[in-house]
Design a protein around this ligand. Sequence first.
Ligand code: MG
Length: 251
Amino acid sequence: MAVTIKTAHEIELMREAGRLLELVHEELAAAIRPGISTWELNKIGEQAIRRYGCTANFLNYNGFPASFCISVNEEVVHGIPHKGKILHEGDIVSVDAGLIYKGMHSDAARTYGVGQITPEAQKLMDVTKESFFRGIAFAREGHRLHEISAAIGDYAESFGYGVVRDLVGHGIGHALHEDPQIPNFRQRTRGIRLVRGMTLAIEPMITAGRPDVEWLDDDWTVVTEDQSLAAHYENTILITDGEPEILSLTK
Ligand code: MG
């Protein structure tokens, strides 16, 4: 599939999709506390998405059974919300959310501390978020896609962290996952040339230990092989003729 360039109208819809997704994330962030289950968080998010007149794009995606991926501690991504999965003081929780507004998709993830967390966990979260911003410094017309990949990976690895190899960012628009794939680490090739109107979901997944991951028996939840903590930070962005526009982070 070719990388698509969005029209002004499609971009306008994606802007609104991103803005609404940011509001959904705010509601989820406000609900995170020790004692809440990931199932309850999923329900709060679903109610918000419905209230905004949108559809959850993760629900039933390749059979995923919930509207949000909620991943705790050594879980990297794709954790399935569950009534028995209770957040505890000191956990870190990654919430990956997406929605469809008038046919256009938005996708964004945040990692939060639950109550008081260790300085080590906080640093992992901070570096993961900052690696996204290091990456998108190259998300400009005329630059090459893999400059983003290298900037993310080099920054995270400079702290001794692992950069997950098995999962990558992606194009986004009429579909949740479009071309191109966007690795979070240095590539041998330069990648495609970036052009204004491309919309990308950039999403570093960073571990406190080794980068290797494995899938649990539910066939969804991705965990670090060495059980180290993992953090995830993602936004949907638009390539322009200048600074990239972060569609899912407007405030
Ligand atoms: Mg994504």
